[in-house]
Design a protein around this ligand. Structure first.
Ligand code: ADP
Length: 165
């Protein structure tokens, strides 16, 4: 059985992520989308919220599981007995960071293979950061994230602008 892990912040999941998940789910028998707790980033959404939004976005894909982890990716891979990592590539701006990440993980475990997938060109410049920024100013994010994610973003920013967050 061929299995792979797609790790990321997914804060929140966008159609760019969904596109990569759909592609990977066609290549592998099982795909785990793993939400990372990155201490260097302060996420807008909690781990549970991010996992719930992913679950709802990929419920049409029967071989996709959603999980979360903290610490090193190589340790998580060892625990799951999986050696393939999926990453998405957007514009060339992703390359340097992804290269660094890939080689560092390879150094920690030489058996890890990192598979880079390209999303559809319409998602080439789509990032979670941009979606959050647009939503925070009340801009339209339709077509960038699934409807339930759009709703969560609107709710989050409504609550935060009314001072209850
Ligand atoms: P991280 O915080 O680890 O960069 P992200 O949640 O931003 O995690 O993204 C996870 C992975 O998905 C990364 O490999 C990123 O390059 C990729 N990705 C994000 N958005 C897109 C997109 N629009 N098209 C293709 N890949 C994407």
């Amino acid at each position: 059985m061929r299995a792979a892990v797609y790790p990321g912040s997914f804060d929140p999941i966008t159609y760019g992520h969904v596109d990569i998940i759909e592609r990977a789910s066609r290549i592998f028998d099982k795909l785990i989308v793993a939400v990372v707790t990155n201490p260097a980033k302060k996420p807008l959404f909690s781990m549970e919220e991010r996992m719930d939004m992913i679950r709802e976005s990929v419920k049409h894909l029967k071989n996709v599981e959603v999980d979360g982890f903290d610490g090193l990716l190589v340790n998580y891979l060892r625990e799951k007995k999986i050696e393939v990592v999926i990453r998405g590539m957007r514009a060339i701006t992703d390359f340097d960071y992804e290269f660094q990440m890939a080689l560092t993980n390879r150094k920690l475990n030489k058996n890890v293979e990192i598979v880079f997938l390209l999303s559809d060109s319409k998602y080439l410049y789509l990032t979670s950061r941009m979606v959050k920024e647009i939503a925070s100013f009340g801009g339209c994010i339709r077509g960038m994230v699934p409807p339930h994610v759009e709703e969560m973003l609107l709710k989050k920013f409504r609550v935060s602008s009314s001072g209850s967050l």
